[in-house]
Design a protein around this ligand. Structure first.
Ligand code: NDP
Ligand code: HSE
Length: 400
């Protein structure tokens, strides 16, 4: 029997306990050993939970129990979550997590610590919720030089955009629904301002390009500046808004990496990814384009990925820890501004437009408001081309 301790009994933690319990037969067969939850670390009472008899408040009990081989960290954040992860790894216990903030900030050192102590640190659930992406990227696509990763990486914002565009909901009402469904972070500003997607593209980029990429190195914008006007202009030309995380290898080996809303053509498969679904396209130099799609957040999809990692540990207890990357550095990242693309621009108080742009229209636009698509250019070229043409309200890239 493999004994598991779950740290945190929120959306994901309760899902992990449920899935391990409900699917115990199949899980035990496939892992070739029974897997049971021995402890759940909590900081308040859950009198109605069927797992209340396993709840404890002192992490030392878990740390010091030699029977516990796997610790599932689903508390979130980089405070107690980091401390307990380190203590578990030092005690030789493998750690499975959904905590992308911790992996994005400290993945390199935690993977090293796991290796030093003959344990494993696994985080399939940290990107794309229930979508298998970490293992495919590190194993199935290992023969490739990865040239580009582009993804819809945040379920909450994709849900909000879908509900605003298709359901006519306000931003606040759509966010409330996402929170009620268990998709949002404890502090949803991490979702709507793009930080969650930033952490995820950092993890994918670190894995794919082999050096730790830190969130502070990644220019990040969320969806808060998009308005109904931008949705209408986009729709008029056959585009939809998607919040994308992108990492693109440059000729010198550095990465252009950033998170921002993009206009995506309706023919592009990413444009049809709706609600809480995420999709990630990976371009390898041998395989070409590969796309991963599924539920990017939520209790049971995320638990599915967490439990699969627990089963992996059960089958390969002291495995070589196949997830790894080298330390980061300032030489890993190239300025994203230099990347050329077409741009969507909305101006206020504009009497004229730059030459060669494709103007967009929407009903009831106020006088002086103009929106258009440019040709391909860098961020610096865009700014230069716009000087003297009115106030720039929004300028975002088109995904080509
Ligand atoms: P929740 O806020 O629902 O759950 C976190 C739980 O951890 C809460 O119950 C909280 O307790 C508990 N907790 C926090 N600190 C401690 C502590 N020191 N000791 C004991 N318990 C603690 O978050 P989620 O379950 O949604 O997310 C958990 C992790 O999974 C996060 O890292 C998140 O980013 C990640 N994740 C979430 C997904 C989702 O769809 N929700 C998908 C993929 C990843 P209390 O209730 O008392 O605050
Ligand atoms: N808040 C995250 C999201 C959870 O909405 O995508 C899944 O990582």
């Amino acid at each position: 029997m493999i004994h598991v301790a779950i740290l945190g009994y929120g959306v994901v933690g309760s899902g992990v306990a449920e899935v391990l319990h409900e699917n115990a037969g199949a899980i035990g067969r496939r892992a070739e050993e029974e897997i049971g939850v021995k402890y759940i670390l909590v900081r308040r009472d859950y009198p109605d939970s069927p797992f209340r008899d396993r709840m404890v408040r002192d992490f030392s009990l878990i740390e010091q129990d030699p029977q516990v081989e796997v610790v599932v960290e689903v508390m979130g954040g980089t405070g107690a979550a980091k401390e307990y992860t380190e203590r578990a790894l030092r005690a030789g216990k493998s750690v499975v997590t959904a905590n992308k903030e911790l992996v994005a900030e400290h993945g390199y050192e935690l993977l090293q610590l796991a290796r030093e102590h003959g344990a494993r640190y696994l985080f399939e659930a940290s990107v794309g919720g229930g979508i298998p992406i970490i293992r495919p990227l590190s194993q199935c696509l290992a023969a490739n030089e990865i040239e580009e990763i582009t993804g819809i990486l945040n379920g909450t914002t994709n849900y909000i955009l879908t509900r605003m565009i298709r359901g006519g909901l306000s931003f606040e009402a759509a966010l409330k629904e996402a929170q009620d469904n268990g998709y949002a972070e404890a502090d949803p500003t991490a979702d709507i301002q793009g930080h969650d997607a930033c952490r995820k593209i950092c993890i994918l980029a670190s894995l794919a390009f082999g050096r730790h990429i830190y969130p502070r190195q990644v220019p990040t914008q969320g969806i808060t500046e998009l308005t109904g006007a931008d949705v209408a202009y986009a729709g008029s030309a056959g585009y939809r808004w998607k919040l994308l995380g992108r990492a693109i290898r440059q000729a010198d080996g550095r990465l252009c990496i950033y998170v921002a809303p993009h206009l995506v053509e309706e023919e592009n498969p990413l444009s049809g990814v709706e609600d809480v679904f995420n999709a990630i396209t990976v371009k390898g130099n041998a395989v070409g384009d590969v796309m991963f799609y599924g539920r990017g957040a939520g209790k049971r999809p995320t638990a599915s990925a967490v439990v699969a990692d627990v089963m992996d540990v059960a089958k390969h207890r002291k495995g070589p820890g196949e997830l790894s990357w080298a330390p980061g550095g300032e030489d890993t990242v190239a300025p994203a501004d230099a990347l050329e693309s077409r741009w969507y621009v909305r101006l206020a108080e504009a009497a004229a437009l730059p030459e060669g742009v494709q103007e967009l229209t929407r009903p009831d636009a106020p006088a002086g408001e103009r929106a258009f698509l440019t040709g391909a250019m860098s961020g610096a070229q865009l700014r230069e081309s716009l000087s003297g043409f009115g106030r720039v309200v929004l300028a975002q890239r088109v995904l080509d």
